[in-house]
Ligand binder design. Structure first.
Ligand code: 2U9
Length: 339
């Protein structure tokens, strides 16, 4: 009888290793050790050549039986590891990549672009200026008195360590800078970010966006102001929208006015969105004050101009019936995807 003691010992050890192993990686090491190309079984097959010739067929059959048994057992263990593994732990490089949620243009940027396109189509240019400004360009040149509350520390972000330096509270300094440099006539808008020292709530953000505009020529009147802003409202909110102008006050314009549009939700009848007034305030405007012209080196006997300003978040809220400013800064795709 051929003696398979050595084979049986190897088989027993291999079966025990396979049963004890606790991961697919460990199992792979065991496979290499026993049935790999340089594994123990391969050695035993090689040594068979040294045994008596008549024993060899029986030894071969026995080694093949062991090899098959170990292979089957390892397959079984491997499938156990795979099925106990969480789906996301299995890396399959042949699969397409997971879907990455796509972003969208932010509603504030969308409205800014729309406003810009409307004014461009009326022949307005676009001007930009710095976010960090001086008191002179932000307040003094605009005829805002020294004791005006907007200049107070609790309303404006002043830059620590730099005298008379602040984050602009409106984009008006852009118009001052253009007027200082260029000779009229001109008409342009100044879009951009503005900063006011407010605590975040449904109707306040410390960082917000404005579009201001200025048109200066030798025969500009309040009728031009009304015509341009009425056309803007129709293009922005639909051709059926009505506008009205109410008297107001700004230090940089005289006379000054605020423009309302008819409420798009109740069509002017009165509803919760317009506080039952039928009208919604969308912007402020007026004829440039001669005092501002003189600060900017523009001769007010020769030139007249109108200016206006609007908050972009407010326009977006009215256009899309949004009731809380905080939604604009939360980056929630469920909100952003709606526009
Ligand atoms: C120059 C001369 C005049 C810009 C103007 C307004 C009226 C206005 C507000 C709208 C909502 C600011 O964001 S808001 O709170 N703005 O009502 N802005 S006229 O007038 C200028 C600007 C620059 C040289």
């Amino acid at each position: 009888m051929t003696d398979f003691k050595e084979y049986t010992a190897a088989e027993k050890q291999a079966v025990s290793d396979i049963n004890k192993c606790s991961s697919a990686d460990e199992l792979e090491n065991i496979r290499v050790k026993y049935i790999g190309r340089q594994g123990l079984l391969k050695d035993l097959f090689s040594q068979m050549g040294k045994s008596p010739e008549k024993e060899r067929p029986a030894r071969g059959r026995e080694l093949n039986r062991i090899k098959k048994k170990l292979t089957d057992l390892m397959e079984k263990r491997k499938s156990e590891f795979v099925s106990s593994c969480k789906k996301e732990d299995i890396f399959d490089p042949t699969l397409p990549p997971p879907l990455i949620e796509r972003g969208k243009i932010h509603p504030v940027r969308k409205v800014l672009n729309e406003v810009e396109n409307i004014f461009r189509s009326m022949g307005f240019g676009v001007a930009y200026g710095p976010d960090v400004e001086t008191e002179y360009y932000n307040f003094t040149a605009l005829n805002i008195p020294e004791n005006h509350p907007a200049r107070a520390m609790h309303d404006t972000f002043y830059v620590k360590g730099y005298k008379n330096t602040l984050l602009r509270t409106h984009t008006s300094p852009v118009q001052v800078r253009v007027m200082e440099k260029k000779k009229p006539p001109y008409k342009f808008i100044a879009p951009g970010r503005c900063y006011r020292r407010d605590t975040v709530d449904a109707s306040h953000l410390p960082v917000f966006h404005q579009v201001e505009g200025l048109m200066v020529d030798c025969n500009v009147t309040f009728a031009d102001l009304k015509g341009v802003l009425h056309l803007f409202a129709k293009r922005m909110f639909g051709s059926k929208v009505k506008t009205r102008f109410r008297p107001s006050f700004f230090p940089f314009t005289e006379p000054s006015a605020e423009m309302d549009i008819s409420c798009g939700i109740c069509k002017g009848k009165g509803c919760p969105s317009c506080s039952y007034k039928g009208w919604l305030e969308i912007l402020g405007a007026g004829m440039v004050d001669p005092e501002v012209f003189s600060h900017c080196g523009v001769d007010s006997d020769k030139w007249q101009g109108f200016a206006f300003g609007m908050g972009i978040e407010r326009i977006a809220m009215l256009k899309y019936d949004i009731h809380d400013l905080r939604l604009f800064i939360q980056n929630d795709l469920r909100f952003l995807k709606q526009f």
